[in-house]
Design a protein around this ligand. Sequence first.
Ligand code: ARG
Length: 595
Amino acid sequence: MTDLASALTAANAAVFASLGLDARHAEVRRSDRPDLGEFQCNGALAAAKAAGRKPPEIAQSVAAAWSETALAPPPSIAGPGFLNFTITPAALAARAKAIAEDAHAGAALVAAPRRVIVDYGGPNVAKGMHVGHLRASIIGESIKRIFRFRGDQVWGDAHFGDWGFQMGLVICALEDELGGFVDAAKLRARLQTLTLEHLESAYPSAAAKAREDVAFRDRARKATAALQAGAEPHRTIWRAMHDVSMAAQKRDFAALGVDFDLWLGESDADPLIPSMVADLEQKGLLEDDQGARIVRVAGPNEKKKKKLDDGTVVEVESPDPLLVVSSEGSAMYGTTDLATIVQRVRDQQPDLILYVVDQRQADHFEQVYRAAAKAGYIAREALEHVGFGTMNGADGKPFKTRAGGVLKLQDLIGQAEEKARERLRENEIGGDFSAEEFEDVAHKVAIAAIKFADLSNFRGTSYVFDLDRFMSFEGKTGPYLLYQAVRIKSILRKAEEQGLAAGPIAIGHEAERALALALDGFDAALRTAYEKRAPHFLAEHAYTLAQAFSGFYTHCPILPSEGAVRASRLALAAATLKQLTLTLDLLGVAVPDRM
Ligand code: ARG
């Protein structure tokens, strides 16, 4: 299924070719000056340059050669030779009909589906999920859905952080709490009462201790290495911590409407590490570096300036080498990431792996990707870091609670739900709902507000956390979009109750034109979101579509109109609801039945 811009481009390319002009200059796009025309081609300028002729002359010959088609009358000419096109009402109605009937609501699928892994979420065991993982989860979930919707075979993987230094830290903290691990019964009893709250308070205090207390830090490092070597009781303790964290994180992900196909973690790549290290060794890629083992990934001329502790500036290789085995013999963050690539190539044979992770980890991924390509595990182009900015507080710094701590995801969702209940009551929504339905709607409104606020910014842009603004029923917000979708549902329900059916679409009123054009825009928005791995293009589309519907609803009464006009408007409303619901679903946002 092609959108109107593609159809116009094809027709225009035929005209260009018939005039002996390079058809590549014939591209027609949505106009950014809709007052002049809905679609525009400015290729006459480039075509004129190539032909050594004047742009207005070329534009005139193109316009003259455009015979009246079903798609659009000959273009008008603006400025130095811009061609402006206006779609015929019949072509617009045909496109709206196609969208109304299409399961993909007018979107084209990929020509050659690929196998794609989306690595996102990435919470850490022993740390509760906090707002830092919120963006990874929201953006990753949307990207996964977008890729899948366009026809790729997609696996979402949570890639739990469950194999690093933090495990050594909490193991040592527990050891100190129990006065050693000699009493096996005591340890067993303690592990049975382990809670996420305990881990969450143990981790930061152990991390703080390790920063000051060198002996404690060394013990934690050794404990990490011992765990990875399979020592007891380290393994048993790790398993207990892992399970407690995992259960809590599954609960948080479910509340957020985020789901994974693979619930794997760093530890799952552990069995592959020894053979991988041997392989890197055998390929001559491992080097000794003060007792550690590294892979150099910088090219011969890739250098950066580095300031030493004494203030002197030296040139060092850039990116830094990848640390594969620490001097204690343990696997590092990069080691598990590299081994996970080996694992994924073995198990899923991906054409592409997208890592939806904070953009501050860009250097880490560059090291890992280069090492993987150097070792021949996968092509460098198959690995992509989809970075994002931070969610900030009013002070412009990464968001913290008033007490200065990280806000737990569960608490954030709770706060949003509370606000959603308030707003629903203020707007006199749900007074007649059962308590259960009211709660369900409040939850959906809360999640829509949080997710849409995030996804309406380009992922690379940081934004300020402002629950009041996110939760507004007006403007570019999740609740506004839900409200619009629900309003269409209610119109369609009433029509059904009155026995009114949809019929052939006809485009008469300006507002009907605008709505049909908005519907046509879904394909391009989805394509751009896919290509740029940027859901905000879809968020923008959802808003444009909702606004176009709002204009349509104001100017074109649906139920009070009659006959063929009413049937056409009902069909337009149904197509809008389908596409809006789909778009919101691609953003990970669910629409309630009524509100
Ligand atoms: N656990 C990591 C963190 O909290 C994120 C994991 C991202 N994914 C990856 N393959 N490294 O920073």
